[in-house]
Write a protein that binds this ligand. Structure first.
Ligand SMILES: NC(=O)c1ccc[n+]([C@@H]2O[C@H](COP(=O)([O-])OP(=O)(O)OC[C@H]3O[C@@H](n4cnc5c(N)ncnc54)[C@H](O)[C@@H]3O)[C@@H](O)[C@H]2O)c1
Ligand SMILES: [Zn+2]
Length: 361
């Protein structure tokens, strides 16, 4: 089992990374859990239909109860949060109780938010079951929910007591969800680590067929990069924004598609357009564009896309949370591993970059 120590100005906790459903009980035992402490597990319907037995097995011998929420982004809202509060209250949760998020980023963000706010904060454990939740949302402490169609409009920073990653959960993840999460892995490589990109290129077939050793490697490397970035700027004041690479344009594409295009697919397209912008603004080489284009295509992402509703797309970009002084800015790449934050980009240049990246026929 591998362990990553997450340590920043506000917190420290461990991420355990394993396969084959090993070691969970010993980890739980070693972190001071008493058999009579109450454990409340939050998961979603889809995951529970697959992992009910597994959850019973993992927590057998402990005093636990499960609350199942509906899957999907539209349920990442205040009603679901309220239902979790009610479940906790009804079952006599107190501050010695522990919440467990067993699921993807949605279960994680909601459970983390409840843990941060119920009785002014309770312990929570994260057991991520998707690529996104393993490589992205399990580090960084962002928790929350959507409000009036604004993603993650309500939220705070709150970190788990521990994260337990078991890559075996990925075996049941639909292929599209797996590909979705790979956009973030490619992003980590582009913003910080050439060797991760090389590894992806050289081992892509094995990674896509879920070969254990290769999956463990890319997950660990991704987490190390995210951890390194977050630990320098936990509250997201500037440097952490490099994690937003591909996300300004990606977010616009996602919204303009009325969320029909999954997040990772939109970010992959966003990265291609932002690489073009990096060429215009920072002199990034054409060979980098080609390299990332090929990698994304080989993973299974679309590389050509007609942006739906260009007005809505521009509106979304201009109203991004990160906009300052009415100027569109975004992190761009000077070379692989070197990202410059807050590069101001003009509207007409964005249109040109779209035409000369994903818009080309
Ligand atoms: N807090 C952060 O820093 C952060 C970072 C990235 C994303 N997020 C949030 O995460 C969410 C997206 O996360 P996600 O992609 O994990 O989505 P998700 O939680 O909706 O999971 C995707 C789908 O896969 C199913 N599923 C999950 N695990 C499974 C498994 N092992 N086998 C079979 N099916 C499984 C779920 O039921 C769901 O239908 C978004 O709401 C996003 O805002 C948060
Ligand atoms: Zn993302």
């Amino acid at each position: 089992m591998d362990i990553i120590n997450v340590c920043d100005a506000f917190s420290s906790y461990k991420i355990y990374i394993t396969s084959g459903c090993k070691d969970f009980k010993s980890v739980l035992g070693a972190t001071g859990f008493e058999k009579n402490n109450k454990i409340f597990i939050i998961t979603d319907h889809m995951i529970y239909s697959i992992y009910k037995e597994k959850i019973n097995e993992l927590f057998s011998g402990f005093n636990f109860k499960v609350h199942v929420i509906s899957s999907g982004e539209k349920n990442k809202n205040i009603n679901t949060v309220n239902n979790i509060y009610e479940f906790l209250l009804k079952n006599g949760s107190d501050r010695s109780s522990t919440l467990v998020a067993f699921g993807g980023g949605i279960v994680g963000d909601l459970t983390g938010f409840v843990a941060a706010t119920y009785m002014r904060g309770m312990k929570y454990i994260s057991i991520p079951t998707t690529v996104i939740s393993m490589v992205d949302s399990s580090v960084g402490g962002k928790v929350g929910y959507n409000f009036q169609n604004i993603k993650n409009a309500i939220g705070t920073f709150y970190v788990p007591h521990l994260v337990f990653i078991d890559i075996d959960y990925l075996k049941t993840l639909p292929k599209e969800e797996f590909i979705n999460g790979m956009a973030e892995v490619v992003k980590y490589g582009v913003i910080k680590e050439k060797s991760l990109l090389n590894y992806l290129k050289e081992n892509l077939k094995e990674i896509m067929s879920l070969e254990e050793e290769k999956l463990l490697y890319i997950i660990k490397e991704s987490l190390k990069i995210k951890n390194e970035v977050v630990s320098k700027d936990f509250r997201d004041s500037n440097f952490r924004n490099i994690l937003n690479f591909g996300h300004t344009i990606g977010h616009g594409i996602e919204i303009a598609s009325d969320h029909k295009l999954p997040h990772g697919y939109a970010v992959a397209l966003g990265m291609l357009t932002e690489l073009r912008l990096s060429q215009y603004k920072l002199g990034l080489g054409e060979e980098v564009y080609k390299e990332i284009y090929n990698l994304l295509r080989n993973i299974g992402f679309p590389t050509q896309y007609k942006v739906d509703n260009i007005n809505l797309f521009m509106y979304a970009i201009k109203h991004d949370k990160k906009i300052e002084n009415n100027e569109i800015n975004m992190p761009l790449i000077e070379k692989i591993g070197l990202t410059v934050t807050k590069v101001v980009v003009e509207e007409n240049l964005i249109i040109k970059a779209i035409e000369e990246s994903i818009g080309r026929r």
